[in-house]
Ligand binder design. Structure first.
Ligand SMILES: Nc1nc2c(c(=O)[nH]1)N[C@H]1C(S)=C(S)[C@@H](COP(=O)(O)OP(=O)(O)OC[C@H]3O[C@@H](n4cnc5c(=O)[nH]c(N)nc54)[C@H](O)[C@@H]3O)O[C@H]1N2
Ligand SMILES: Nc1nc2c(c(=O)[nH]1)N[C@H]1C(S)=C(S)[C@@H](COP(=O)(O)OP(=O)(O)OC[C@H]3O[C@@H](n4cnc5c(=O)[nH]c(N)nc54)[C@H](O)[C@@H]3O)O[C@H]1N2
Ligand code: SF4
Ligand SMILES: [Mo]
Length: 706
């Protein structure tokens, strides 16, 4: 077999790779491939991704829970028959919405599309949502309301390289997309890398040696900081007034909404010195085209977004970008750094509770009739908007809530907020079905487990953080009886009396093209043949002769009047704020070595050896107060729960902040402690900040959630 060109299974950078067959069934070796985003680089997760193909506990046969309560091997026919008959009887007794589906941003475009169609056409349930709600939904909400469209980066990532300044708000790019750091070199060289993070993260460290500025605010105060940055730009007459006059609907609102945010006031709230705020605003402004700079970008990560005010914080970033005249200019702009492998495509094809394929709204009559026609159903038969992820989880097993849940591509029992509640709701279900590649924490709780293909065993497409559509290709045969998620949807649909589902990804993509035609995320001009020929296709691609759209907004924004829409925003505190009992902020996030819930990377020996267990980063001053040394156990207690874990003492966190990575399961899962309070617009939970009490703990008491 020859080398197969494909992309890494993990994050949205979608580094290009080639897979080479090696000895052993299902085994491959990975090598990086030259590509504009990763420039021949791979991170440690990418290098070791092939290990996950052949893990000893790989799921290879369908499992069903037997009378003794154990998961037992069964045939595909029996498993599909069983699930279909349970769905039928639950829906007959309790209505269509009694069955829910939960998807994932790691699924290919074809799978994400089929999942949404399966929910709306085969199950006819409104209850479908996905883990993207945990990820970038606040940025999506903010960009939709400002620009009328949401594509993570509305420009190619490589554009960053030419800029004099890049402001990263709550992104730890150096650990979460290491090869992307190459694109920050231009800004670093110009002294213009600005990093906002309550920790001195690896990315914040890139600002050392006069390469930029690290602004280290109190967690949850980015909004105040951004209002002050905008205030300085306006007050020091650094705004791009021509741009504001021509391309923004209401510039006065920008001025009024930031007028009272002078830097000294923001300093009191954020802890960032007023002088630093002024300096950062001037560096950013000097890089803007209006002042003859080479360009400036403002980018957000989860640190800005995973808050109950995440949508407003991103809006404040957009407003700052507007004041400086950045959006829609080549070499400048605002963007959200999408997270999951197909975090971008996953949000376009109808997994989301309120969406239909092509990034259409399920509440829009024209959208409904277009999609209904592609699906061969009547528009009235399509359900309306369903519940968002956390609201869906909270409704499971309640009197009028869903009684069955099908999960494809998420490990909720590690990654959803407030796990005690998640566990209770999942346990209250009458039927839990999980499709996965490994026995994840969530799969182990299921009544039925479907073993599915993973990246190197399947064909399909993914859409990267730049909105570029990429081909995923099969290099090895799947082990055992493994089938694609597409086969699960097709097999169940057929048993539910709906025979219109294909398990062939190429066929599904052809249907997706038709469904997306005319929508915001228009894929109708994209073919696998064009992708296979090496064309770089960024959506929208409205016809086969169309070259794609690497840069959006050149001729105007996607709003009715073509102007960016200003939404005035103001600061507010985190939902679960500090108290006498809980005087520090708990902040959660990522490590270089692990991916998400860790279902995959905790099975890779090299990565486990590097980061074997959960820990809490605490400041030396806090450690001294508690009288504990490095590696000693501490107990973290929040309003949701408590856990014991080793302390990692480091001056890199603020003294008022404790950082814990969320990649670990069971008693090591920090989501036992996190708050499931939601952003009112995006319905995204506040993973990034809540009040915590820290005490010295007993030895041997490690990791007991109370
Ligand atoms: N190694 C690795 N890489 C990944 C992933 C992974 O799991 N592991 N997951 C992928 C996915 S799905 C995503 S979404 C991306 C996420 O990528 P990032 O957004 O870079 O990741 P996080 O570590 O969640 O958060 C970034 C930073 O936000 C900071 N932060 C916390 N609270 C605040 C706050 O209130 N304000 C500010 N300004 N910063 C704050 C944290 O200290 C952290 O350093 O990574 C992708 N890449
Ligand atoms: N405390 C805290 N919690 C967080 C975050 C945080 O920053 N802090 N970040 C949030 C964010 S941004 C995200 S994106 C979520 C992610 O959290 P999850 O939704 O749990 O994501 P993964 O761990 O990637 O889970 C994907 C699962 O799908 C399986 N899988 C892989 N490929 C396929 C496939 O093709 N089909 C199927 N059926 N299964 C597959 C994997 O083995 C794994 O079990 O976590 C969120 N949770
Ligand atoms: S940066 Fe992301 S896509 Fe690239 S190798 Fe690492 S995990 Fe894979
Ligand atoms: Mo994410």
């Amino acid at each position: 077999m020859t080398a197969v060109p494909t992309h890494c299974p993990y994050c949205a950078l979608q580094c290009a790779t080639t897979l080479h067959p090696v000895e052993g069934p299902g085994a491959v070796e990975v090598r990086p491939r030259a590509f504009p985003t990763n420039r021949g680089g791979l991170c440690r997760k990418g290098w070791t991704a092939p290990d996950v193909l052949t893990v000893p506990d790989r799921l290879t046969v369908p499992l069903v829970r037997n009378a003794a309560g154990e998961l037992e091997e069964t045939s595909w026919d029996d498993a599909l028959d069983f699930v279909a008959s349970r769905i039928k009887s639950l829906q007959a007794a309790h209505g269509r919405d009694s069955v829910a589906v939960f998807g994932g941003g790691g699924l290919t475009n074809e799978k994400a599309y089929a999942l949404g169609k399966f929910a709306r056409v085969a199950l006819r349930t409104a209850n479908v949502d996905y883990n993207g709600r945990f990820c970038m939904s606040s940025a999506a909400a903010a960009t939709n309301r400002a620009f009328g469209i949401d594509r993570g980066l509305p420009f190619p990532l490589a554009d960053l390289g030419g800029a004099d300044a890049v402001l990263l708000v709550g992104s730890n790019l150096a650990e979460t997309m290491p090869p992307a750091v190459a694109h920050l070199q231009g800004a670093r060289g110009a002294g213009g890398l600005l990093v906002v993070d309550p920790r001195r993260s690896a990315t914040a460290g890139l600002t050392d040696d006069e390469n930029g500025i690290h602004l280290q605010p109190t967690p949850g105060t980015d909004l105040a900081l951004l209002l002050a940055l905008t205030h300085v730009v306006l007050q020091e007459s650094l705004a791009d007034n021509v741009f504001l006059g021509e391309r923004v609907d209401d510039p006065d609102l920008l001025i009024r909404s930031t007028a009272s945010w002078w830097p000294e006031r923001a300093e009191r709230m954020t802890g960032v010195p007023a002088a630093t705020i002024r300096r950062a605003a001037r560096v950013l402004a000097a890089a803007a085209p209006v002042h003859g700079g080479a360009g400036a970008f403002i980018l957000t990560g989860r640190g800005a977004e995973q808050h109950t005010k995440g949508t407003d914080t991103v809006t404040a970033c957009i407003n700052l970008a507007l004041v400086l005249g950045l959006p829609g200019r080549v070499g400048s702009g605002y963007g959200c750094i999408t997270g999951q492998g197909n975090g971008q495509g996953g949000r376009e094809h109808g997994q989301k509770a309120d969406q239909l394929p092509g990034y259409r709204s399920i509440a829009d009559p024209a959208a409904r009739s277009h999609i209904a026609q592609v699906w061969g159903v009547a528009a009235e038969e399509l359900p309306g908007p369903g519940k968002s992820a956390v609201e869906l989880i909270n409704a499971l097993g309640t009197a009028d809530g869903p009684r069955a849940l099908l999960v494809h591509g998420s490990n909720l029992l590690v990654s959803a907020p407030n796990l005690a509640s998640v566990r209770e709701r999942l346990s209250a279900l009458e039927l839990l079905v999980v499709a996965d590649v490994v026995p994840s924490e969530t799969a182990l709780l299921a009544d039925v487990v479907f073993p599915v293909t993973q990246w190197a065993e399947e064909e399909g497409t993914m859409t990267s953080l730049e909105g570029r559509v990429l081909r995923r290709r099969a290099a090895v045969a799947a082990p055992g009886e493994v089938r694609s998620d597409l086969a699960v949807f097709a097999g169940l649909a057929e048993r539910l009396g709906i025979p219109r589902f294909s398990a062939d990804p190429a066929e599904v993509f052809e249907e997706l093209r038709r469904a997306s035609a005319g929508g915001k995320a228009d894929y109708s001009g994209i073919t696998w043949a064009r992708l296979d020929a090496g064309e770089a296709l960024f959506w929208p691609v409205p016809s086969e002769g169309h070259p794609g759209t690497p840069r959006l907004f050149a001729d105007g924004f996607a709003t009715p009047d073509g102007r960016a829409h200003v939404v005035p925003v103001d600061h507010r505190p985190v939902a679960d704020d500090l108290s006498g009992q809980a005087p520090l902020y708990l902040v959660t996030g990522r490590l270089l070595q692990h991916y998400q819930s860790g279902a995959q990377t905790r099975r890779v020996p090299e990565l486990v050896a590097a980061e074997p267990e959960v820990f809490a980063e605490i400041h030396p001053r806090v450690a001294a107060q508690l009288g504990i040394g490095d590696g000693r156990p501490v107990r973290l207690r929040t309003a949701r729960g408590s856990m014991v874990l080793p302390a990692r003492i480091t001056p890199d966190v603020r003294p008022d902040t404790v950082f814990v990575p969320f990649h670990f399961g069971g008693a090591e899962a920090v989501n036992e402690l996190t708050n499931d309070a939601l952003d009112p617009v995006s319905r995204m939970p506040e993973f990034k900040a809540c009040a915590v009490q820290v005490t010295a703990a007993e030895l041997g008491a490690t990791g007991v959630p109370a």
